[in-house]
Design a binder for this molecule. Structure first.
Ligand SMILES: *Cc1c(COP(=O)(O)O)cnc(C)c1O
Length: 410
């Protein structure tokens, strides 16, 4: 049975990470092996590299990874190989490998945080693992039990965490990148029968507080990032390469990211590879209510960000008396109008890479929206949400979202 068969054509692809196929539908007697983190083998590097400081690690043009990575291969008949933790290094692929031609690739991005209490934590890794399954099956890559992927991610950090994110680097993080690619060396346009999962850990610069705030330029009139019926809700590589042209153009004009609009109405969707939020007051005629507004998930245009859902949940739990949380389609025209009428209060982008990043300006077809920054930071609600998230990530607040890594003794 092809891995694509977990998604039948009569059944739309699930976009909520909560109900997903866990297995490839093989019966117990077949030789098919499920992904099994308990079988992980360890081959440690004999040549551990010096750990750079954060600043120099991010200064170059190459991502600096830790000493080890985890790999597991998959074959449609035999299933998942024994996962291996092994020295970080190049992969070997045939030039005809599916991923290199048909973008059979998906990935995840999450961070490991060195807490102020000395513990190492991941933030809601179960959400990333489930989303990876959603992305994988969307592009005919194999299914797996997301709990096994989560265990593998924890295992990599258990080994490389102590040395690469030492206890004296409280308040620092590493970036984890689980990736799945189609490796079958055959040029036929078809679902790959072989795949490779790998997980790396690396340095990544802090991007949550660019001087003067994040400045956004709306997308060109003739481009969209994702479309209804497409795959904007999946973290597949095919979403990103084609968006870089617009980002490059926006950068040339002095902006940090593209605010991707959709359709002739100009619906606000995402800011680069982050979810986008505004806080505005509704017109007096509509009650003058304070609202935190972001694009909805149901039309499958945007990614179901872990940061997004966490921000929404915290706002609903802790700011309910002050503002309403609204997930709905809204247009750049509404944002412009709110700005002109003095009702636009705050805006931010949210995602693992940019964390919660205040937006200070939006340029749209000759018009500039300025959003006031307080002491170079976002407004009071942006700051509150950011601090609550940070406290959970770095263990200042004990919360079920913070998953502690049991580190291996060195
Ligand atoms: C990864 C990503 C996000 C953010 O998701 P998080 O889970 O919060 O990191 C948002 N939008 C796009 C398009 C992304 O690729």
């Amino acid at each position: 049975m092809a891995p694509a068969a977990v998604v039948t054509s009569s059944e739309p692809v699930s976009t909520t990470v909560d109900k997903l196929p866990l297995s490839n539908g093989h019966d117990a007697k077949s030789q098919y092996q499920e992904l099994d983190a308990s079988k992980l083998t360890y081959t440690f590097t004999t040549n551990p590299r010096p750990v750079p400081d954060e600043e120099s690690a991010c200064a170059g043009t190459e991502t600096i990874c830790t000493d080890h990575m985890i790999t597991a291969s998959w074959d449609i008949v035999t299933g998942w190989s024994t996962p291996e933790l092994r020295p970080y290094g190049p992969l070997s692929l045939m030039p005809t490998a599916s991923v290199l031609h048909y973008a059979t690739e998906c990935f995840e991005g999450l961070k490991a945080y060195r807490g102020y209490d000395g513990k190492l934590r991941l933030f809601r890794p179960d959400c990333n693992a489930r989303r990876m399954l959603l992305s994988s099956t969307r592009i005919s890559l194999p299914a797996f039990d997301p709990r096994e992927l989560e265990r593998l991610i924890l295992a990599l950090m258990a080994v490389d965490g102590p040395r690469w994110l030492p206890r004296d680097r409280k308040g620092s993080f590493l970036y984890l990148r689980p990736t799945l690619i189609g490796t079958q060396p055959q040029l036929g346009v078809q679902a790959p029968r072989q795949a490779l999962l790998f997980i790396t850990a690396s340095f990544m610069p802090r991007m949550d507080a660019p001087p003067g705030g994040m400045r956004l330029h709306t997308s060109p009139e003739d481009m969209v990032r994702a479309w209804v019926g497409g795959f904007g809700y999946a973290k597949v590589g095919a979403n990103y390469g084609p968006s870089l042209l617009a980002t490059q153009e926006a950068r040339k004009r002095g902006f940090g990211q593209v605010l991707w609009l959709y359709g002739p109405e100009g619906y606000c969707t995402e800011a680069g590879a982050s979810n986008f939020f505004v806080i505005w007051r509704t017109p007096a005629s509509e009650g003058g209510r304070l609202q935190l507004v972001t694009a909805p998930l149901d039309d499958k245009l945007i990614l179901d960000g872990v940061t997004r859902r966490s921000v929404l949940q915290l706002a609903r739990e802790r700011l309910a008396e002050e503002l309403d949380v609204v997930e709905r389609r809204y247009t750049i025209g509404e944002v412009l109008k709110a700005s002109r009428e003095g009702r636009l209060i705050e805006s931010f982008a949210a995602g693992t890479a940019y964390f919660v990043c205040p937006v200070s300006a939006i340029h749209h077809r000759g018009e500039d929206i300025e959003i006031p920054m307080i002491k170079g930071e976002g407004g009071q609600y942006t700051s509150k949400l950011k601090n609550w998230m940070r406290d959970i990530m770095y263990g200042n607040e004990q919360h079920e979202w913070g998953v502690v890594v049991e580190e291996r003794e060195q």
